[in-house]
Design a protein around this ligand. Structure first.
Ligand SMILES: NC(=O)c1ccc[n+]([C@@H]2O[C@H](COP(=O)([O-])OP(=O)(O)OC[C@H]3O[C@@H](n4cnc5c(N)ncnc54)[C@H](O)[C@@H]3O)[C@@H](O)[C@H]2O)c1
Length: 385
């Protein structure tokens, strides 16, 4: 039933560029969509990376080493850009100014100034669809939580906690890479790497932090440089942000954490919401399970743990009793982005990819967190400008 082919270029053919290729290759997994991405051109500064695409992705017609050549390619109508953070501003701005739709990787600029340049290009090109990559809300358990928030189940919110935790950096001999260097990853460190994933749902729910108290830590101070020596690790490993959220109707505490060094955690993304009428928790640690606690006065306060069925935003051929995983969430995110390009304003389901406004909100929070770490103060998040 495919009726709309979206011709994509990929800039940055590393880990995430390849994840997109894999999602596009299993598009037949989606059972009821009338749009399809086709990767026709790829670009990477490293020829081995483009070679991977040439060998494995039969739809690729052209490979480039300079992204400006890919942007001049008239066959490319949309771009996925997954490059180190210091390149986001320049490349995203050029993509948007060329009039090609963009799914850009987080954090959408190495810092707030870089993010501002991207936001300006978006304002100047209103017909271009720009979204920020964030796949975890597409896990069925997260979709269940989203539905409960939409249904206003929670009553007065008591407290929210959300986080994204890794552990591979616990290994002190893991070699340094661009994600541990300030010049390429940015001063945000783990917040820039992991924070958009954590803030996506709170911001979608309208839970904007009014202020932040930050505890940022560096755990491993140097790593092998791959040339027989050691190199300093310049970026924050872990961040705990204690925030006060102020909505139109109430305020409540929200704790956000992004950790590269959380022993035992491999890609654990979670959200926990406590309310006076209902509480709920979901973590990719136990990807099938969603916990909920409906509160009735005088009744026992019992958590219900249920296996959430494979019920994704976009229907797939996988049966409801099977498990959902990381690559499924990537596929669902891509379906949402392609849906938006094909049916702007009339998507097949209501949950869209993270927006540039949400990415900008994450920069406000991270920037305030850096100031809080520097000063030891509680820092207001400036949502007005
Ligand atoms: N959504 C997620 O779950 C997720 C996971 C990991 C990384 N990311 C994000 O994806 C982006 C890329 O991360 P990655 O892990 O794929 O990194 P990576 O290092 O695996 O890949 C980056 C690629 O960009 C290429 N590159 C560098 N300079 C370039 C240039 N000037 N032109 C073209 N290509 C260039 C590199 O050669 C490399 O192949 C980052 O923004 C990162 O935060 C997102």
């Amino acid at each position: 039933m495919v009726s709309r082919v979206i011709r994509f270029g990929v800039i940055g053919c590393g880990l995430m560029g390849k994840e997109f290729a894999s999602a596009a290759a299993r598009w037949c997994h989606l059972s009821d969509v009338d749009f399809e991405p086709r990767i026709v051109a790829v670009c990477d500064a490293n020829p081995d990376a483009t070679e991977w695409f040439r060998e494995r992705v039969p739809t690729v017609e052209r490979t480039y080493s300079n992204y400006k050549e890919l942007l001049a390619d008239p066959a490319v109508e949309a771009v996925y850009c997954a490059v180190p953070h210091h390149l986001h501003a320049q490349i995203y701005v050029d993509i948007i100014n060329t009039g090609k739709h963009l799914l850009g990787e987080k954090p959408f600029g190495i810092d707030q100034e870089a993010n501002g340049l991207i936001q300006q290009a978006i304002r100047e090109n209103p017909s271009v669809i720009v979204r920020c990559s964030s796949e975890f809300p597409f896990f069925p358990g997260a979709q269940q939580i989203i539905q409960w928030v939409r249904e206003n189940r929670f009553g007065k919110i008591i407290e929210v906690e959300a986080g994204f935790w890794h552990s591979s950096d616990l290994d002190p001999v893991k070699p340094i890479n661009w994600k541990r260097r300030a010049a390429t990853n940015g001063e945000y460190g783990c917040m820039g790497d992991l924070g958009m994933h954590v803030l996506h749902l709170p911001l979608r729910f309208g839970w904007k932090p009014a202020n932040v108290r930050a505890l940022l830590s560096k755990v491993v101070n140097q790593r092998p440089d791959g040339k027989g020596g050691m190199a300093p690790c310049e970026t924050w490993d872990n961040a705990i942000l204690a925030c006060e959220v102020e909505t139109e109707v109430q305020s409540f505490p929200m704790v956000l954490s992004t950790k590269r060094i959380a022993p035992g955690h491999a890609n654990t993304w979670f959200i926990k919401i406590q309310g006076t009428e209902f509480s709920a928790e979901y973590s990719t640690k136990n990807p099938k399970q969603v916990a909920s606690l409906p509160y009735r006065q005088g009744q026992p306060q019992a958590w219900h743990i249920a296996d959430v069925p494979y019920k994704s935003a976009y229907d797939t051929l996988t049966g409801g009793i099977f498990e959902f995983g990381f690559s499924d969430s990537i596929l669902q995110m891509w379906a949402a982005f392609c849906d938006e390009i094909s049916h702007a304003g009339q998507m097949r389901q209501p949950f869209g990819c993270a927006t540039p406004e949400e990415a900008a909100g994450s920069h406000l929070v991270f920037t305030a967190a850096l100031e809080s770490q520097r000063t030891g103060d509680t820092v207001e998040v400036n949502w007005r400008d």
